[in-house]
Design a protein around this ligand. Structure first.
Ligand code: NAD
Ligand code: MG
Length: 333
């Protein structure tokens, strides 16, 4: 069984916490820490559209440099692809001796895009939930599970400090699972390339395309391959494979058990291993960072190709979601 921490000493966070960025995670960490009695400042770049929101929520907003100065902990909660620039320009020059640097995802540390100097604790507290859930559940008295890791223990007290932060944002109410920057980063990238994103959306699209090519109505293909996916995922989430197979019809269960291994066969599994290999060797990160530094030309191409591939399923989906009122419900376009 993994090590799961459920407590920490909040008094260890006696100094200021600088929360850099006020997006999904940033707003939740800043507000939860503040409500836990921690001294928080939000550090934002000049002209940031988030500043007004943070101030309205009653938080102190400073420039990134000012928030970092005098902080005991600096939490980097701006998007991963801007963290290096924010680090180089605004954080590194202003970091107090001995200040701890905290991440909610290990990408930039694990692949050495950011290398904090010796003498600073480098820690991770990563809620396993979108920021809005992290805030909502904290307010309701509950919490979201999280991961905790120490990349560098300069103070001799880095884990305890990370756990205190985990208490402050409410994750310790549920549990902080001990991991490493390597494990968190590599498994997270794998999940979002091979299964959650990558794999599942590609399978949905391929299934949709096969039905439409065979002459079935696109609306039927959409309901079958995309809309119903949520129902199956809900069953898996609630009760695992056994509950899902109990809940679907026997015909569906027979089809699942006899055809599933043909859809995802050894060749697919081998490609999953190859994708994991590219993550582990750093080849993926190298490709991603190089594209980022070049102004994202490859990303733009990939987005365009993705839009073209999905044009038909998107067209149908938009119409059917509008019928169901789903788009309004979720507040999406
Ligand atoms: P986000 O995209 O929501 O953050 C946007 C915020 O960052 C903006 O509101 C702004 O305040 C700031 N920002 C944007 N561009 C900036 C720039 N150029 N310079 C300075 N600040 C800028 O980010 P997020 O999704 O909350 O991710 C933050 C960190 O948390 C990442 O390391 C991410 O991997 C991690 N994480 C995110 C989630 C999630 O659910 N979103 C879950 C776990 C971990
Ligand atoms: Mg993830």
């Amino acid at each position: 069984m993994a090590t799961i921490y459920r407590e920490g000493d909040l008094d260890l966070l006696s100094g200021k916490v600088a929360v850099i960025g006020y997006g999904s995670q940033g707003h939740a960490h800043a507000l939860n820490l503040r409500d836990s009695g921690v001294d928080v400042q939000v550090g934002l770049r000049e002209g940031s559209p988030s500043a007004e929101k943070a101030e309205e929520a009653g938080l102190e907003v400073r420039s990134i440099a000012d928030a970092v100065r005098g902080a005991q902990v600096v939490a980097l909660l701006c998007p991963d692809h801007v963290q290096k620039e924010v680090w180089d320009e605004h954080i590194a020059p202003n970091l107090e001796p001995g200040a701890a640097v905290l991440f909610a995802h290990g990408l930039n540390i694990h692949f050495e895009r950011i290398a904090p100097p010796e003498g600073h604790d480098v820690i991770m507290v990563a809620p396993k939930a979108p920021g809005h859930r992290v805030r909502e559940l904290y307010v309701s008295g509950a919490g979201t599970p999280g991961l905790v890791a120490v990349h560098r223990d300069a103070s001799g007290n880095a884990l305890a400090l990370a756990l205190a932060y985990g208490v402050g944002i409410g994750c310790a109410r549920v549990g902080l699972l001990a991991t490493t920057f390597a494990e968190e980063t590599e498994s997270d990238l794998f999940g979002e390339q091979a299964v959650l994103c990558g794999g599942v959306p590609a399978l949905v699209q391929a299934g949709f395309d096969v039905l439409v090519e065979a002459g079935y109505q696109p609306e039927i293909a959409y309901y079958e391959c995309l809309n119903e996916l949520k129902l199956i995922v809900d069953l898996l989430y609630q009760g695992g494979y056994e509950y899902m197979r109990y809940s679907v019809s026997d015909v569906a269960e027979y089809g699942d058990l006899s055809r599933g291994p043909r859809v995802v066969d050894d060749a697919v599994k081998q490609r999953l291993r190859d994708i994991l290999g590219e993550i582990q060797t750093g080849a993926f990160a190298e490709e991603l960072f190089a594209d980022d530094e070049a102004g994202r030309p490859k990303f733009a191409e990939l987005r365009k190709a993705g839009e073209e591939r999905a044009a038909e399923i998107e067209r149908v989906g938009k119409e059917l979601r509008a019928l169901a009122g789903v788009e309004g419900l979720l507040g999406v376009r």
